[in-house]
Ligand binder design. Structure first.
Ligand code: TPP
Ligand code: MG
Length: 367
């Protein structure tokens, strides 16, 4: 395969080929209103991302991880997942989290160290917490999917109730042992899981071409998984491919989606990408911006500029409100890490909590 699966070209025009007919049919499920809503989510996430970056620069967050440029891959995946599915993210899946109802301040709190996990996964429609240790959750997702299978919560042939799982990680994480072990167990146990890999071309300063001399989706086939390569900056293609992969997975055929995309910003606010990549490369990918692409598509099907501008305005207002609240928020470091290790109170945890309190008290009240 020389090109990833694509339904919209860089100018937002529909690509109609024999090869993509099956994917177009799947994308037809999305009405114009759905597509407009997808645009709204992408704009909302980008605005949130930009404001969070500003908050980090003003000292309110320890770190921020921007997802700018990857909203197309994410919005397709978010819409492809069905309500009963469980999603295991890395740390850059802001659109997925917001789509499932995680609040902006809950994501922010992870990066300001105020709340350890950020949210209770039982209250966020299947959205698990961020995993900062790369690829660990490839195993969590696979194990969870194996559990679904053992419990008989998949494989009945009814896509509207059979459960599936997604693991989101990056091109660099694909080099971790955990990622490979996840693929082996998923294939061996016919686990209802899809690995959604955003190949954003960089693992901090290491280019994906160095870590994967052979395409990642081809590698996944070698593990016995069905795999697809999709243009991740094309929200419609990302939706169609992921929907199909998930519906196959929930019938016991695990899958792998490699989304071809680009991290337009820095790795994190601690990174300076000008040290390792060229401006030409950044500009080339800037011309493939997924938000501009979907906006162009929407205009071509008769959506007027006012509707798109309204998304921008609403997103700006919401992000400004989030920013105002965060500037006023007290810095908060809580010691509740000890409370959630075991479901019941545990003497070792009580001991460690007391030791921390004693240590902190040793700095005196001015500390
Ligand atoms: C086990 C582990 N090793 C190293 C790191 C440091 N680290 C954080 S992100 C990252 C690169 C990940 O790249 P990729 O998987 O491509 O995801 P991206 O950040 O590009 O979304 C590394 C090495 C880590 N968090 N966990
Ligand atoms: Mg990467």
């Amino acid at each position: 395969m020389t090109d990833p699966i694509r339904l919209l070209d860089a100018d937002g025009a529909l690509v109609e080929t024999d090869a993509n007919a099956q994917w177009r049919e799947l994308a037809d499920e999305l009405t114009t209103d759905d597509r407009l809503a997808m645009h709204g989510e992408m704009v909302r996430t980008r605005r949130f991302d930009i404001e969070a970056g500003h908050l980090q620069r003003q000292g309110k967050l320890g770190l921020w991880v921007p997802s700018i440029g990857q909203e197309g891959a994410q919005v397709g995946a978010a819409w492809a997942a069905r309500e009963q599915d469980t999603l295991f993210p890395s740390y850059r899946e802001h659109l997925i989290a917001l789509h499932r109802g995680v609040r902006m301040d809950q994501i922010i709190d992870v990066f300001r160290g105020a709340r350890h996990g950020g949210w209770n996964p039982l209250e966020t429609r299947g959205m698990r917490i961020y995993a900062l240790v790369i690829a660990t959750h490839a195993l969590h997702a696979t194990g969870y999917a194996m559990g679904i299978r053992f419990d008989g919560r998949c494989g009945t042939g009814d896509a509207t109730s059979d459960e599936a799982v997604m693991a989101f990680y990056g091109d660099g994480a694909a080099s971790q042992g955990d990622a490979s072990e996840g693929l082996v167990f998923a294939a061996s146990y016919d686990a209802p899981v899809v690995f959604f890999v955003q190949n954003n071309k960089w693992a901090i300063s290491v280019p994906s071409t160095r870590q994967s001399r052979f395409p990642l989706h081809e590698r996944a086939r070698g593990f016995g998984l069905d795999a697809a390569w999709v243009d991740g900056n094309d929200p419609l293609a990302s939706f169609a491919v992921t929907r199909r992969m998930l519906d196959e997975a929930r019938q016991g055929r695990p899958g792998y989606v490699e989304a071809d995309t680009y991290r337009m910003g820095a790795h994190t606010t601690s990174d300076d990408p000008t040290r390792y990549r060229s401006r030409d490369e950044e500009e080339a990918w800037g011309r493939r911006d997924p938000i501009a692409r979907l906006a162009a598509h929407l205009r071509s099907v008769g959506v007027d500029d006012a509707a798109l501008a309204e998304h921008e305005q609403r997103a700006a207002d919401e992000a400004a409100d989030m920013r105002r609240r965060m500037l006023e928020a007290e810095s908060a470091v809580s010691d509740d890490i000890f409370d959630h290790v075991y479901s019941e109170p545990h003497p070792f945890m009580a001991e460690q909590k007391a030791a921390l309190a004693e240590f902190e008290a040793s700095f005196g009240s001015d500390a």
